[in-house]
Design a protein. Structure first.
Ligand code: COA
Length: 260
């Protein structure tokens, strides 16, 4: 499938995915969701890519939501599949097996907020605005917002934002823990690159397993989670990167990880 609504490039082992419908504030229509599905399936199995950065084209929006023109056509026969398809795309991103950074450069509303929530690390420009305004349209979030926002900022806060549709500016998003950092818009990609650069310089098996273990904390009880952590910790000690990392420390030099 030719990419019409996404831009994609790989540079220095980082995959850059840009939602590219700036005239519609990068709203996610079906074509864009299909392209995201296709692209992230390729990224998942492309060993050249160690970290992914997702952002929106233009200066105004990350993604201003699902495409309301398409939403308007939904009925009770089509809408369940519509939501499940979107959820599957965002599950694919969350379970990609490599870190995904959302560089939120403006409006992240509805499906845009849900896309950011499915990414592993979120950073924002000072003009970023988050929100789940679906109630204004007579619907509820359908691409994971009720579940991921509640897990991230707690149920009471999520209920308020989802039931009022209130916007969350960058400072508030930082205070709530939705974003890790706020930067001036012109520095956002540079800072995303810095984080990606740090991550890709580490042993990649450890990165992958650490991501897996940490994400699992949302689904497992403490006993199960600690069991998983011990198993994955043990797996790491079978890697060349573990020997290299510990030897390098003892020899007072920088490690040269090979991802093996
Ligand atoms: N779906 C489809 N089109 C959208 C859209 C969406 N979610 N969000 C913005 N657009 C389109 C607008 O219709 C407009 O298109 P047009 O120029 O052909 O009329 C264009 O993007 C620019 O948006 P506009 O509303 O003119 O920009 P603004 O700066 O006045 O307002 C927002 C920005 C984000 C506040 C406003 O666009 C908005 O409320 N969007 C919908 C947000 C939403 O409810 N998202 C959740 C959907 S589930």
């Amino acid at each position: 499938m030719e990419l019409q609504n996404l831009m994609f490039e790989i540079e220095n082992e980082i995959g850059y995915v840009t939602i590219n419908r700036p005239k519609k504030l990068n709203a996610l229509n079906s074509r864009t969701m299909d392209e995201l599905n296709r692209l992230f399936n390729e990224i998942k199995y492309n060993d050249e890519i160690k970290v992914v950065i997702v952002t929106g084209a233009g200066e105004k929006a990350f993604v201003a939501g699902a495409d309301i023109r398409e939403l308007n056509e939904l009925d009770m026969n089509s809408s369940r599949t519509f939501a499940q398809k979107g959820q599957a795309v965002f599950n694919l991103i969350e379970n990609l097996g490599k870190p995904v950074i959302a560089a939120v450069n403006g409006f992240a509303l509805g499906g845009g907020c849900e896309l950011a929530l499915a990414c592993h690390i979120r950073i924002a420009s000072t003009n970023a605005i988050f929100g789940q305004p679906e109630v204004n349209l007579g619907i509820i979030p359908g691409y994971g917002g009720t579940q991921r926002l509640a897990r991230l900022i707690n149920t009471g806060r999520a209920v308020e934002y989802i039931l009022t549709g209130d916007m969350i500016d960058a400072k508030e998003a930082f205070r709530l823990g939705i974003v890790n950092h706020i930067y001036p818009a012109e520095e956002l990609m540079e800072k995303a690159n810095e984080i990606a650069g740090k991550i890709k310089s580490k042993g990649q098996i450890a990165v992958k397993l650490a991501l897996n273990a940490t994400l699992s904390s949302a689904d497992l009880n403490l006993k199960e989670g600690l069991n998983l952590e011990a198993n994955l910790f043990s797996l790491c000690t079978g890697t060349k990167d573990f020997k290299e990392g510990t030897n390098a420390f003892l020899e007072k030099r920088s490690p040269k990880f090979t991802g093996k």
